[in-house]
Design a protein around this ligand. Structure first.
Ligand code: DNO
Length: 399
């Protein structure tokens, strides 16, 4: 597998020189400064390529930008809003510019309103490091009391809703605003940062968009952009919903292997592919990753490898979880990597030029100096290095 690393651009506190020392083989990046829906210009894309390939002293880094994560899909496209055609045309222009610059793998997601979501960004672990966590009671505090969404209460088990009432009654103003920020202010790489008022306005729009309609909007988006991707030699790959269940009463339509099977069949083209994210899909109990890779591995263009552990009871598919060490959560990472390596050999035998699947160690605990250095939530240096080192060990042993 191709060992990649997510780099957030020149503002990232981790340098390209550091990636060279880590032994990263290629870089995952995005033009985070471009507002969602606007065109990514060729000039901007080339500048990011240079930032990666050329070190400040002018020497080559030996690294290149190989995966785009993400070219975000605007709310206008997801909701099929008034400027849909303009946004589609901008998306296609961005794909054309990426292809002109030689980029081929483009990740996106179709999560309504919120991209990945956690309630705690630095949950203390017994060993002194920290992990990210999604606590259902805290999320219910946000939904029922801070956002005050009508009907929110009925989405939770009574025991969760009353625990949320209790927790809310004891929270300080600072704790309330920290919880809001964690959920709505946008985690690294999320499409947009919102205010509570924005979220309320968007929820009103989605009140008219049940899951079937959102699924149709996804298929309409793909119907419009996949022919362009095919023409340009681009492999789009949809990232799953994180967490893989409905939140805030919003539909989530790319949460499970079955959702992916439907998505792959709806637009049956290699350009319509998958970002396998073990950490997102693996939050649901009983996901058969090995079977999924056997069935749909030929359409997996990118892999995010990380692990989670579910906590407590589940209600309507929702539950708490935390981000565990890469080899310690509930997903059998050895089995996943082995299955991906088998897929790679199938591709080699079939003569596919894309036989190396780019993978990245997704997220990581904050460990040692990460804590003092104040890294971006989920994206610390040492925690991710630990993850990559462990995954690299599995790859070497299974090769
Ligand atoms: C979180 C990431 C997501 C991901 C997007 C893909 O760490 O995996 O932000 O980049 O959902 O579109």
């Amino acid at each position: 597998m191709r060992q990649t690393w997510r780099w957030f651009g020149p503002a990232d506190t981790i340098s390209i020189q550091a990636l060279m020392q880590i032994g990263v083989e290629a870089v995952v990046s995005a033009l985070h400064h471009v507002p969602t829906g606007d065109v990514w210009t060729l000039e901007d894309i080339r500048k990011r390529q240079r930032d990666i390939a050329v070190l400040p002293d002018g020497k080559p880094s030996g690294l290149a930008w190989e995966v785009v994560e993400s070219l975000p899909v605007s709310e206008t496209i997801k909701t099929r809003g008034a400027d849909w055609e303009q946004h589609i045309s901008n998306y296609v222009t961005s794909l054309e510019n990426l292809a002109s610059a030689g980029l081929e793998v483009v990740c996106y997601n179709f999560m309504p309103v919120l991209d990945w979501t956690r309630t705690q960004l630095r949950w203390p672990l017994p060993h002194g490091g920290t992990a990210m966590r999604f606590d259902l009671v805290e999320f219910a505090v946000f939904d029922i009391h801070l956002l005050a969404r009508s009907d929110a209460r009925s989405d939770y088990a009574e025991v969760t809703a009353s625990a949320a009432d209790q927790a809310f009654s004891k929270m300080t103003d600072a704790e309330k605003s920290a919880l809001c920020d964690n959920i709505v202010a946008g985690l690294p790489g999320a499409n947009d940062a919102w205010t509570l008022a924005d979220i309320k306005a968007l929820l009103a729009v989605y009140a008219e968009i049940p899951a079937d309609k959102l699924r149709q909007n996804l298929y309409d988006f793909l119907g419009a952009v996949i022919p362009a991707a095919e023409r340009l030699g681009i492999r789009l790959c949809c990232h799953p919903d994180d967490p893989p269940f409905s939140i805030l009463g919003l539909p989530r339509i790319v949460s499970s292997p079955d959702d992916y099977a439907a998505l792959m069949r709806a637009v049956d083209s290699p350009a319509n592919g998958i970002t396998l994210c073990t950490g997102s899909m693996g939050v649901a109990a009983g996901v058969d990753f090995v079977g999924f890779i056997k069935d749909w591995g030929h359409r997996i263009h990118f892999a995010h490898l990380r692990n989670t552990t579910r906590e407590g009871d589940s209600h309507q598919g929702m539950h708490s979880f935390f981000e565990d060490a890469h080899l310690e959560g509930q997903t059998d990472m050895v089995a996943v990597v082995r299955a991906l390596l088998v897929e790679e050999s199938r591709r080699r035998a079939a003569g596919r030029s894309d036989h190396m699947i780019p993978m990245r160690p997704d997220h990581g605990h904050e460990l040692l100096d990460d804590i003092e250095k104040g890294s971006m939530p989920g994206y610390p240096l040492i925690g991710r290095m630990r993850g990559l080192a462990e995954l690299r060990g599995i790859m070497a042993a299974c090769a």
